[in-house]
Write a protein that binds this ligand. Structure first.
Ligand SMILES: [Zn+2]
Ligand SMILES: [Zn+2]
Length: 603
């Protein structure tokens, strides 16, 4: 895979004698697979240079443009990109789905006649517009994954995989936890999700606009520090880190100095090879011997329900509220806003079934109890996002296991709205990830103590799944163990797949709720309708999973049955499933502390 930088500057183009070497144009990167698929990531002013070069080569052109978000410094090159003007050329433009306005309208905005003499309609090439949410899509031979970043506008990072290599572009993005801006501290919550998105990449191009020392004055501006970029890249096992979206005030000499000091640190901590992206810099990335397999996932181009109208957000407000201006902004997005006190939040949630809950910090631990009370509500979606709103970052850290996400002051009302939009977009995709249970660390320790992870098949487990498949007359029965990120099947009757990601797992919901989970028809279940194992192989319609709870109370996995036809499960059937789960647990307990040395599974 071939990567070339055409714009590395953030915010505003900064030409001049002090930016000659790293460049003054705003964000634009050319990526080309060896099969010739052309993808341009972001269209800042650097795109004008790339466009002239492409046009000079002549011939009809076929290309794809991935836009992270529509801030000026990422789209200003579009009107100056000659390949969009020439008839016969074909372009597909992808960008995050917005609220209210279409992508086409947003891009047409900067080309209205008061700003520019040529309108979007006058561009001669065939242009198709695609609005994306978080998920996966295929562009030629390139597997693309998109992931929401933390920025003042809905922004997607992109992970491109082809030729056995993975490249990630992540601009513009601010640390979720401001404590991480200095590059130290535990990477958890949404920052961990961000790091997982970068995992094992051969090259990460990361927002690195600020230094940790500058960050206190830039909180909430939506950008990373170089220290944070290095910390997440190191955590994610990234091979090469390209710092980019350089601050307009950082001149060549300052970047040289910065890279020299970071390289020393990265070598000391066995981090990635680090460099500052420079205009014109090219990289040829070749596959390592073990190439990461492309992961199936939620389709990024799936259309969420129209405009999210009818979605509701519950603001459980403390007094005075930090979110006083938010209801009006959200109502402008046609989102239904419910307001309650923190104490009333469980009752209102039970009654109104909101898509998202924001719980404001009351200063004491009641708020965590309220969150748990909502999670325990009967019939509640396990994946209901509950966001903790506080002015105390340390408190946010202390309670982040209970919440889906945190929103820490200071933030502007429009920033809060963007975060709410991202959560609603995620929730609009009818496939919900289960949160981790409260006792997750203990649960993981219990699995490791079993010593069964990735061990060869054993008849004592296989006969249980065989009996289950015959008894319930289903094609698939599994004994599943759930690690931190992966689910692996100790016994697998009737299916080719031996492991799935936790996000895509049905069992993660049963494990989270520690109760049997029965899904009569996944296609009409909001939690699973768009799950890749429902929409693709093996085409799951029916699922029933019973949690496997050890004597010490840890829920390590499930015994589950699956069918490709919808069906109900009677109470008698559920009782039989419980009996079989009991036998599976007995078998697991029987070998605990046995001859096998517990090993740490590979992530
Ligand atoms: Zn930017
Ligand atoms: Zn931006």
């Amino acid at each position: 895979m071939h990567v070339r930088f055409f714009g590395t500057r953030g915010s505003i183009a900064t030409p001049g004698p002090s930016t000659l070497r790293y460049g003054g144009n705003t964000s634009c990167v050319e990526v080309r697979s060896s099969a010739g698929t052309l993808i341009v990531v972001d269209m800042g002013t650097g795109a004008a240079v790339l466009g002239r070069e492409l046009a000079a080569r002549g011939g009809p052109l076929r290309g794809h443009i991935l836009i992270s978000h529509t801030h000026w410094d990422h789209i200003q090159g579009i009107p100056f990109f000659p390949p969009l003007l020439a008839p016969g050329n074909e372009w597909d433009i992808y960008a995050p789905r917005g609220f209210g306005r279409t992508l086409r309208d947003t891009l047409a905005g900067q080309m209205q006649d008061t700003y520019f003499p040529v309108s979007l309609e006058q561009l001669g090439a065939t242009i198709r517009y695609h609005e994306l949410v978080e998920g996966h899509l295929q562009i030629g031979d390139v597997e693309v994954a998109s992931h929401y970043l933390n920025h003042g506008a809905l922004t997607l990072g992109y992970r491109l995989e082809a030729d056995g290599v993975a490249v990630v572009y992540a601009c513009d993005h601010e640390p979720h936890s401001r404590l991480l801006a200095a590059g130290t501290g535990e990477i958890s919550g949404e920052d961990r999700r961000h790091a997982e998105f970068l995992a094992g990449a051969d090259l990460v191009m990361h927002d690195a606009q600020y230094l940790a020392s500058e960050y206190p004055q830039k909180i909430g501006w939506g950008h990373s520090t170089v220290e944070y970029a290095l910390a997440v890249a190191r955590f994610a096992g990234v091979k090469q880190l390209a710092l980019t979206h350089h601050d307009p005030r950082r001149d060549d000499a300052a970047l040289d100095e910065l890279v020299a000091s970071l390289r020393a640190e990265s070598r000391r901590t066995k981090g990635p090879h680090i460099f500052a992206a420079a205009e014109g810099h090219e990289l040829e990335l070749v596959a390592r011997s073990v190439a990461a397999a492309p992961k199936p996932g939620f389709p990024a181009q799936a259309a969420p329900p129209p405009a999210l109208v009818g979605r509701s957000v519950l603001l459980a407000a403390a007094s005075p509220s930090r979110l006083a201006e938010l209801p009006d902004l959200l109502r402008a997005d046609a989102v239904n806003v419910l307001v309650s006190s923190v104490a009333e939040a469980p009752a209102v949630t039970a009654r109104e079934k909101p898509t998202l809950v924001l719980l404001e910090d009351t200063g004491d631990d009641d708020v965590v109890e309220v969150c748990r009370a909502i999670r325990r509500l009967p019939g509640m979606e396990p994946g209901l996002p509950i966001v903790f709103v506080t002015s105390d970052e340390r408190r946010a850290h202390a309670v982040d296991h209970a919440f889906t996400d945190t929103l820490v002051e200071p933030f502007s009302p429009t920033y809060a709205r963007t975060r709410v939009r991202a959560w609603l977009m995620r929730a609009a995709c009818r496939w919900t990830r289960a949160p981790s249970p409260d006792d997750e660390e203990r649960r993981l320790a219990a699995i490791r103590a079993l010593g069964l992870w990735k061990t060869p098949p054993e008849e004592r487990f296989d006969r249980i799944t065989r009996v289950a498949a015959a008894l319930f007359d289903v094609p698939i029965a599994l004994i599943a163990l759930m690690e931190r990120d992966r689910e692996w099947f100790k016994s697998c009757c009737g299916m080719e797949i031996r492991e799935v990601s936790r996000d895509e797992s049905f069992c993660s919901h049963a494990i989270f709720q520690r109760r049997p989970l029965v899904v009569d028809d996944a296609r009409v279940d909001e939690r699973f309708a768009d799950n890749p194992y429902v929409t693709g192989y093996p085409g799951v319609r029916f699922y029933a999973g019973h949690p496997l709870v050890l004597e010490n109370g840890s829920c390590v996995g499930t015994l589950c049955i699956l069918d490709t036809k919808p069906r109900p499960l009677t109470d008698d059937g559920l009782a039989l499933l419980r009996d079989l789960a009991g036998i599976a647990v007995q078998e697991m307990e029987a070998t605990k502390g046995g001859q096998r040395v517990p090993e740490t599974p590979r992530p």
